[in-house]
Each structure stands twice: as C-alpha cells, then as structure tokens.
Design a binder for this molecule. Structure first.
Ligand SMILES: [Fe+2]
Ligand SMILES: [Fe+2]
Length: 471
C-alpha cells in the first residue's frame, strides 16, 4: 500500500474521493504550518535534516531517508491496511464487526479520547522547541528533529479522525489543537506532564524514555478500539513511536556511559568537576520524569476507563493475547491502595482497574531500560544502582496524591518531605548545573563532554555523517 505523495496532503485514505474532507484538511494545513513555524523547533527553517518519511504502511521498507527542510516535511495521513473481517475483541460488543463510523451513543467519549491523545503530540514539539540550539551532536540534533516531525504527524493522524468522523465538533477540536499551548497560563495543554518544561537534553532523553512510553501504552490500548479508523491510525503511530523511545533509552544510556567513564578516568565520584552528570543527579531526573509520566494513566479506579472498556472503545494493551473472557464483569485485579496511613494490596473489580493494569504494564516496561542502564554501570565496575521510585512517590493524580512518600514508597510527613525532597528531585541548582553543560556541538563527528557517542547508526550512516546541513 504505497502512499500517494502527489497530493497536497500525502495519504492512503483516498482523500481525493472525499472533496469535503479534503477541503477541510487543506484549510487546516496552513494553520498547522503557521503553528510549526511559530512554536516548532526554533531557528530551524532553513536546516536540511536527514529525516525519514513514511512511504508505505507495510512492516518492511516503510521509511525513506533523505535531506528535508522541516517546514517542507510531507506530513500526511497514514493508516495501517484495513481488515474487512476485523471484529471487536472485548466488552459488550465483543464478536461484532468493528465500527467503520462512530456509533452515535459513544461519540462524545471517542471524541474526548482522540482529543486527549492528539493534544499531547504538538505539546511535546512545543516543549522541545529550544533544544536544537544546544545539541550535544549533529546525530542528536537529527534525532530531536525526527521526533518533532513525527509528533507533528501524529497530530495529523488525530486531526484526520476528528475532521473525517466528527463533523463540525471535530473541525472545532482540530482548530483548538493549535490554540492550546504547553505551559500557557490561559490555554494549557490538557495533561500535566505536557505543560512541564523540557529545558535541557537530559530532560529530553528522560522525556522520550518515560513520557513517550506513556504514548506507546495509550496508543497500544487505542489500537484495540472497536472504532476501526482509530485502531488503524494508532497502529501506524506505534511504528514511529518506537524510535522516540529508542532515542530516550540510548540517550540516557550514553550519559550513564560517559559518567562511568569519567568516574573511572579520574577515580572520583563527583564527575561535575570533570564536566559530567553525576549518577545521583541522573537518579533525581529519573524520579521526576517517571512520577509525572505515571500520573498520565489517571485514577487507579476509574469508572470512565470501565465505560471505555465495556463499550469497546478502548481496550487493554495486547488485548487478544490476554487469556480471559475480555468482558471483565466477574473478575478482579490486585491494586495498591491507600488505607489509613498504609499502602496495602487489595482486589478490586477488574473493569474499574483497567487504568491501573495499564500502569502496571508501563512500570514493568520502564524497568527494563533501567536494568540496561544498570548493566552499563556494573560493567564499568561501579557500585551504584539506578531505581524506579515507588508508584506512590511524587504523584499529582490518584489516591497517592494525598500523601507524601520517599522514593521507596514509605509514607512520610509533609515536614519530612520538605526536608528531604531536594535529595530525591532535581533542585534549582541541579537544573542550573545541567543547563550549564548545554553548549552546542555542531561539527560532524564531534560530541559534548557529558555524553558518549552512539553505538548504532541511523540508516547505516555513521556518527560522523553530516546529519544536519545548516543553510
Ligand atoms: Fe506521538
Ligand atoms: Fe512520541
């Protein structure tokens, strides 16, 4: 299924065959470009960036690499191929054919899910817009821009659904996507983590590791949706998303590597003297990004999530691989609950715990990368272990937002929190130190002193390749 690139908006949804929709999207396109030019990567308009563009939606050979000026990137609408025999796999409509149009009774819920997902995509572009000015290498600069253009494309994916299936409301929601802005006092982005700053490259790598991973899990459950166009959109977005998490995991891993090398070279734990980022500071950034990303899964017990599941509009991750009745009317699920001054394990109705189950899957997935980072530390012969904090630590949403805990999950008083949080979360001083390291390195083959060069290649191009041409 080759994508038609001869059209104004590349697509594989036969946009030509629907003039009304085509016109609506062509009206939105210049608004999108305005937004990109105003709030996308700063001073990047003339750069030629070695980017991948989707040319097909098949598993193999879907990506084409070449130099592109970012405002000329061909953002388009790509859905995975349709399966006309697809049925809904869970909830009260289980076994019925997947919906090709929005069922009237679920319209507002579906719209809300699509808007919430869509809103995160341009938000992260806004959060990352200044990073290009102090990139540690051309390779990293290229990866940042790749993530940015693909988040832009993910916005297109959600805006297509809104415009194609939700009539006038959908068109209004599409406009609002470009009106809310990350951190804006009057019109902020919908979710908390997407209003935080991403002021330095350590934050960027932590963000792509932890917050883009939330994206993977949300898209994974929306890919199970009974609303087939949403499912097919999310399936293709997941293909692109994998690279974003790779950027995060390998980025943090390369910082860990450099820190360990500096510690060994100078026989000194305090690598700040040598221009590195010390392991305790990495742990603090990890604590911060993990806890705010954990909030993105919402309340532990959620009647909304139960409704989404029951009605077939949002499933569980890898729904068909789970061995149960896919109805969840009589089953239970274990969760951690706040009971007085203790955190205890309780069984709750599985239908109400769909969010918490997804959060469990997310935490387990996060831990895999932390283990790989620890392997680097271990191989360097250093006695230190990075850890995910307890899920109750530093929460703003859900029952644990009512308490304070230490990173191990022990409940503490507000006074103890005030006394100790500077040991657990980045302080102003930590942030200023990390910021002081952010000096641009843009010579091909060169890299900043606080991070190691990558081991892998981008489309077989070595690290020395000129990934970005400055014009
Ligand atoms: Fe995305
Ligand atoms: Fe992403």
């Amino acid at each position: 299924m080759i994508i038609d690139y001869n059209q104004k908006i590349p697509n594989n949804v036969n946009l030509n065959g629907d003039r009304r929709l085509q016109r609506a999207l062509e009206r939105w396109q210049p608004e999108y470009l305005n937004w990109w030019n105003k709030l996308g990567p700063e001073t990047s308009k003339e750069h030629e960036v070695y980017l991948r563009t989707a040319i097909s939606v098949e598993k193999d050979g879907w990506a084409h690499f070449d130099y592109v000026k970012m405002p000329e990137y061909r953002w388009g609408i790509f859905l995975t191929p349709s399966d006309p025999t697809r049925t809904i796999d869970f909830g009260i409509h289980k076994g019925q054919p997947a919906w090709q149009v929005v069922p009237g009774e679920y319209r507002s819920e579906l719209r809300r899910l699509i808007v919430t997902q869509g809103d995160t995509e341009p938000a992260s572009v806004e959060q990352q817009r200044y990073l290009g000015k102090n990139c540690p290498s051309l390779y990293d600069l290229r990866n940042l821009f790749q993530v940015n253009v693909e988040e832009g494309r993910h916005l297109w994916a959600m805006v297509y659904l809104l415009q194609a299936y939700f009539g006038r409301d959908g068109r209004e929601e599409a406009d609002a996507m470009l009106e809310r802005h990350s951190g804006d006092a009057d019109k902020p982005r919908i979710l908390g983590a997407f209003n935080e700053k991403t002021p330095d490259w350590l934050s960027f790598f932590m963000f792509t590791y932890f917050t883009d991973r939330d994206g993977k899990f949300q898209l994974g459950s929306l890919a199970e949706s009974g609303f087939d166009p949403l499912s097919r959109s999310c399936r293709f977005m997941l293909t692109e998303e994998a690279h974003h998490m790779f950027v995060g995991e390998s980025g943090v891993g390369r910082i860990v590597q450099r820190t360990c090398d500096l510690m060994n070279e100078h026989n000194n734990d305090d690598v700040r003297k040598n221009g590195g980022i010390d392991l305790p500071t990495l742990q603090k950034y990890l604590n911060f990004h993990f806890s705010i990303s954990t909030d993105l899964f919402g309340q532990e017990l959620s009647t909304n999530a139960a409704t989404y599941y029951n009605t077939g509009i949002k499933g569980r991750l890898s729904e068909t691989k789970i061995d149960d009745d896919h109805l969840l009317h009589d089953s239970s699920y274990p969760i951690l609950e706040l009971s007085g001054d203790k955190i205890v394990n309780v069984e709750v109705p599985a239908l109400n715990a769909v969010n918490e189950r997804l959060r469990d899957d997310y935490i387990a997935d996060c831990d895999l990368g932390v283990r790989r980072w620890n392997k680097i530390i271990e191989e360097a012969g250093i006695d230190y272990c990075l850890k995910l904090p307890h899920r109750a630590f530093n929460r703003r949403i859900g029952q644990f937002s009512e308490i304070q805990t230490d990173p191990a999950g022990k409940i503490i008083t507000q006074t103890d929190w005030d006394k100790s949080h500077a040991e657990w979360l980045p302080t102003q001083e930590d942030r200023e130190y990390v910021q002081s390291l952010m000096q641009p390195v843009t010579e091909p083959g060169k890299i900043a002193g606080w991070i190691s060069p990558p081991k892998g290649r981008i489309n077989r191009q070595p690290f020395e390749f000129e990934f970005v041409l400055f014009n």
